[in-house]
Design a protein around this ligand. Structure first.
Ligand code: CU
Length: 335
């Protein structure tokens, strides 16, 4: 190769290298900063503090992946362009380049360690349930719907259920929000979820939480979220575990209200539940009174009826045997 050609190539590299680097830095900066649809890289807009943390982890992982990708692609492209085959002459054969081999080993370990550190740190944060919660919801998953039990906020009375939103399985295939249960939450509140399953393993998932947790029979799973201010609106929730043939019917609505609206709604629900309980208790008391009254005069009648039924049964047995007379006499002989 002539010295001038080599010189030309070097100057080309010198011109393009800074431009490429600038572009890469710009790309990374755009990814790391503002949270818009592009920079969220497929994540929904978070509505909890915890989801913000998940989003940061997600973006950070992508930045790390892009950095490694750019390095690897760069090395591949560099060797393809600048070390392509130029003649039939065999290039110099080298081996055992210790610095490069050490780099191959150490660099991936460093990358994995950094990713592991942030993942472990954020997982511990996401599973924290120590903060006093403003709202306690017991989520009960069953084939094929959800029940949301709102527990007493203070848990002073041992976490008694104040009121419930009970879902009925959505008619297969309609996915109609009006037939699905709604989980109502106040914005800006710390919400504690206790997850219970009555049949098989389900998974409680609200995409805007950027978080899902399995709901396992016989296991007390729980997590907390801090809802952000300014997140009022309607969202969706679903089961994220293939829990059976009609798993797709396990949808629910999520409604985030302002604290005032939530308080009004909760008071109304509590009053309704109290009224319902009172009505049920009254009906039960009436039924009990009625059965007690009947019991006194009904005892004789019931006995007579029982005898009659016994005779009837005997008659039936005899009928099937075909010979009424002999069966009857045999029985009499035995007694
Ligand atoms: Cu399910």
């Amino acid at each position: 190769m002539s010295p001038t050609r080599q010189e030309n190539r070097r100057s080309k590299t010198r011109r393009w290298a800074p431009r490429g680097a600038a572009l890469a830095v710009l790309g990374l900066a755009a990814t790391g900063c503002a949270s818009n649809e592009l920079t969220r890289l497929g994540m929904p807009e978070p509505i909890t503090e915890q989801a913000e943390r998940v989003l940061s982890l997600w973006q950070g992982s992508w930045v790390a992946a892009f950095a490694v990708g750019i390095l690897v692609w760069g090395l591949i492209i560099w060797s393809v362009i600048f070390h392509r085959k130029r003649s039939e002459q065999l290039p110099p054969q080298v081996r055992y380049n210790m610095p490069i081999e050490a780099l191959y080993t150490i660099l991936p370990i460093v990358v994995i360690s950094v990713l592991f550190y942030f993942t472990a740190r954020d997982q511990a944060y996401l599973l924290e349930t120590d903060e006093p919660a403003d709202v306690h919801v017991e989520v009960v998953a069953f084939q094929w719907a959800w029940q949301f039990n709102y527990l007493d906020d203070t848990l002073d009375n041992g976490g008694e259920v104040q009121f419930s939103e009970v879902g009925t399985p959505d008619p297969a295939g309609t996915a109609d929000p009006s037939t699905q249960p709604t989980l109502v939450l106040p914005e800006g509140a710390v919400v504690h979820f206790d997850l219970r399953a009555t049949d098989v393993i389900h998974s409680f998932w609200i995409p805007e939480f950027a978080f899902k947790m399995d709901v396992i029979p016989g296991r007390d799973n729980a997590f907390q979220v801090q809802l952000q201010e300014g997140t009022t609106g309607e969202y969706v929730g679903r089961c994220a575990e293939l829990c059976g043939a009609d798993h797709t019917r396990m949808l629910f609505n999520v409604e985030v209200l302002s604290q005032e609206d939530y308080d009004a709604w909760a008071a109304e629900q509590a009053a309704l539940a109290e009224q319902e309980t009172a009505e049920l208790e009254e009906a039960a008391a009436q039924a009990e009174a009625a059965s007690a009254g009947e019991a006194a005069e009904g005892t004789e009648a019931a006995e007579e009826e029982a005898e009659a039924t016994d005779e009837g049964d005997e008659a039936e047995v005899e009928d099937t045997e075909g010979d009424t007379g002999s069966a009857d006499s045999e029985e009499n002989d035995e007694s």
